[in-house]
Design a protein around this ligand. Structure first.
Ligand SMILES: C[S@@+](CC[C@H](N)C(=O)[O-])C[C@H]1O[C@@H](n2cnc3c(N)ncnc32)[C@H](O)[C@@H]1O
Length: 323
């Protein structure tokens, strides 16, 4: 569920329209991804590996919360999530990334299968590798589709999950309208979005000018607004506009303080590395030098040596039903 700098790669934004969308490319298991569309992530690219590491670590750091969340969804579905007759839950994961939600849902619902959609062929490939390593490849189907221009896979689905992905879409309202169409009546839509950016650093780091993180967040917010991201949407209202009934809403707060678990330390390091690379042209030389010192894992000020870091983040979750 992590957030990354969302600059679009390789293609411009197009406003989504219901008409003229084409279905995404579906994959069985372990197929090659050679599409010229999508987000153009190159698996050899250092940025891509930091990003995927961040998404993986995010899933690890948030494991308990994700588990609690899927348990809550199970309860909300009134225990009907696993259907009689041996047929399992049909799940659609939108903007699935490396599969944080996909794998949490497969674990929660042992009879379920997941269709994982992402614009990035490299993300889809990574998710397939992980599915194979976890022994669940037979329960996962990846679809490479840019939901700005391509249609959702045909339903019906019992559960649609979109975590930290709706705000990336050019026209989330149009995607949600399609979600309503592919959900079966009574099916659930779960939207998870970030409440602000995660906080890792104390105001005074003992190096550089105090207030680095506030300046980083301001620059990130500006970059996101310029990239057309939907960071301040009222997602409950968007779900209702799409004809879905919002039945529950909650905020999940994560507040880890020192000493951070090992995965959380790696998460902070990966996040700051990503920030350093994304904001190289925006921050002043002093702030960049501080970020260099923090992200120098072997240096005296590097993240692994610090005992003043936190992981503070909030996610809002909406659960809606197709009536
Ligand atoms: C912040 S990541 C979240 C990944 C995952 N859901 C999680 O919770 O870890 C957002 C994902 O949405 C995907 N994405 C962004 N825009 C998209 C679009 N227009 N169509 C499909 N996927 C998109 C990105 O490639 C990325 O994998």
């Amino acid at each position: 569920m992590s957030e990354h700098e969302g600059h679009r790669h390789g293609h411009g934004r197009q406003q989504g329209h219901q008409h003229g969308r084409t279905p995404g490319h579906q994959h069985g298991h372990g197929h090659q991804h050679g599409h010229g569309h999508g987000q153009g992530h190159d698996p050899q690219d250092a940025d891509f590996s930091v990003l995927t590491e961040m998404l993986d670590l995010d899933a690890e750091v948030l494991h308990e919360h994700l588990d609690e969340l899927t348990g809550w969804i199970d309860e909300l579905s009134g225990g009907t999530a696993e259907k009689p007759g041996g047929r399992g839950l049909r799940v659609l994961d939108l903007g699935s990334g490396t599969g944080a939600g996909t794998f949490a849902l497969l674990q929660r619902f042992p009879g379920a299968d997941v269709t994982a959609v992402d614009a990035s062929p490299a993300m889809a490939a990574r998710l397939e590798e992980k599915a194979a390593a976890l022994g669940v490849a037979g329960r996962v189907r990846t679809v490479v589709a840019d939901l700005d221009t391509e249609a959702l896979p045909a339903g019906p689905f019992d559960l649609v999950w979109a975590s930290a992905s709706l705000h990336h879409m050019a026209d989330p309202g149009s995607v949600l309208a399609q979600v309503r169409e592919v959900l079966r009546p009574g099916g659930l839509m779960v939207a998870v979005e970030l409440e602000g950016l995660p906080r890792f650093l104390p105001d005074d780091l003992g190096i550089g000018r105090p207030g680095l993180e506030s300046r980083v967040h301001a620059a990130q917010a500006e970059g996101r607004a310029a990239a057309g991201m939907h960071m301040t949407e009222d997602w409950g209202a968007r779900l209702r506009e799409a004809g879905l009934d919002v039945v529950a809403e909650r905020v999940v707060a994560i507040d880890l303080a020192a000493p951070l678990p090992a995965a959380a330390g790696r998460y902070v390091l990966a996040s700051l590395t990503r920030v350093r690379s994304a904001l190289g042209d925006v921050l002043d030389a002093g702030d960049l030098a501080t970020l260099d010192a923090l992200t120098d894992a072997d240096g005296p000020h590097g993240v692994p040596r610090r005992d003043d870091l936190t992981v503070r983040t909030e996610r809002s979750v909406w659960v809606a039903v197709r009536g």
